[in-house]
Design a binder for this molecule. Structure first.
Ligand code: ZN
Length: 392
């Protein structure tokens, strides 16, 4: 039993509260898009803290928008998700939804991605609310159960809802797991964009012996692959490694004496925050222009890039950096690496989005876990961010 559990007479025991909250969240098998009661649970906890909670239900997805206004001042949000990827119990040290605590480590699906972050956010919020009389500004909670899937009806819907209400966030902290060796060693201040595309090539079929009467779709495909693979991404930012990768090349109904009439190329682009998806469309369209008569492109699953740089006044990025330095004794590294994240839905020229959370070395894996010490560390960081932001 960790020593904190036996500490007497404290107003509350933050570490134990957070562990209990996390265990409660893990025990709900909230595989995307089913929130398995976790949104209702969070609504109740936040409601008890004076938050006004709105449930935004869309196509079977439940989202939570909770708000507490302390007074006039800036608007910040905690954002995250309660859904998890599936877990087959095979190979686990304990059942993935049992939330077992073994040697001060909490095991379970979502422990790191990102119910641990949500539990720590809740404890930090409780600690802030104990000092509400000294606070200014407004704190939002934006929680979805549709992050691990297509993310069509989650954060995007909440961002649209805020816009409809005329609410602009000044800052948003996403509790995704971003740390590597130590909690707080890395935060994300942006993400690359991603998009997939599908090119249909239409030629003219005919006998291979008379190629002059045909248009070979496979040959066009070869030229296109060459062109696409050698595009120059001159706006790329160091570390972003913008790249277009061909993911498939399909010729239907291959016959050895037939020049194929059609062919399909599929590809995916991962691009630096220096680009927006519109520019990617243009660059690819330009590359395909010489073959305009024969090709058509269809775009799929766009995920916009985002980036939070420094600001002269009221910079949330530097506030988070300072808070981490105060709690952990070192500044975090900034990164935009990894896949896409829901941060993209909240980022704008007005809203600075930072992702900061526990270690990500076990996420989506067998025996996903977070240690009690790491959970406590991230709770301390979140608390420091809140106290600094709301002027306690
Ligand atoms: Zn996540």
């Amino acid at each position: 039993m960790p020593s904190h559990a036996t500490k007497p007479a404290a107003k509350h025991s933050p570490q134990l509260d957070t562990v209990n909250t996390l265990r409660r969240l893990i025990s709900a098998p909230s595989v995307t898009p089913d929130d398995a009661g976790t949104i209702e649970y969070l609504s109740q906890r936040l409601g008890a803290l004076g938050f006004e909670c709105t449930s935004l239900d869309c196509n079977g997805v439940r989202n939570l928008v909770a708000r507490r206004q302390f007074g006039p001042g800036p608007v910040m949000a905690f954002a995250g998700h309660v859904d998890v990827v599936p877990a087959n119990p095979r190979g686990w040290i304990a059942h993935p939804f049992a939330a077992a605590v073994i040697d001060d480590v909490i095991y379970g699906r979502g422990a790191a991605d990102m119910k641990g972050g949500v539990a720590a956010m809740l404890s930090a919020t409780e600690r802030l609310c104990e000092q509400a009389q000294h606070c200014r500004g407004t704190l939002f909670w934006l929680i979805t159960s549709d992050e691990e899937g297509e993310a069509e009806y989650g954060s995007k819907i909440m961002a649209e809802y805020l816009a409809q209400q005329g609410i602009t966030l000044d800052a948003c902290l996403v509790g995704e797991p971003t740390s590597h060796q130590q909690v707080g060693d890395t935060i994300k201040n942006g993400r690359r964009g991603a998009i997939s595309g599908r090119i249909q090539i239409q030629g003219k079929a005919g006998h291979v012996a008379y190629p002059e009467q045909t248009v070979n779709a496979a040959h066009i495909a070869g030229d296109l692959v060459n062109e696409l693979a050698n595009l120059s991404w001159w706006k790329d930012v160091l570390g972003s490694q913008t790249s277009l990768q061909v993911t498939g090349l399909t010729v239907p109904d291959i016959v050895d004496n037939l020049v194929p009439a059609s062919c399909e190329i599929t590809f995916n682009v991962r691009y630096s925050h220096a680009y927006k998806s519109q520019e990617i469309y243009q660059i690819v369209a330009q590359a395909l222009a010489p073959w305009d008569d024969h090709v058509s492109v269809q775009w799929e699953r766009p995920c916009e890039s985002y980036y939070t740089g420094s600001r002269e006044a009221a910079c949330f990025l530097s506030l988070v950096e300072q808070a981490i330095f105060r709690v952990r004794g070192q500044f975090p590294a900034l990164s935009t690496a990894g896949g896409t994240s829901d941060g993209r839905f909240f980022a704008s020229s007005e809203t600075q989005v930072i992702e900061c959370g526990v270690k990500n070395d076990s996420i989506h894996q067998v025996n996903e876990h977070v240690s009690v010490a790491d959970l406590h560390a991230i709770e301390e960081i979140y608390t420091a961010v809140l106290t600094d932001y709301f002027g306690v």
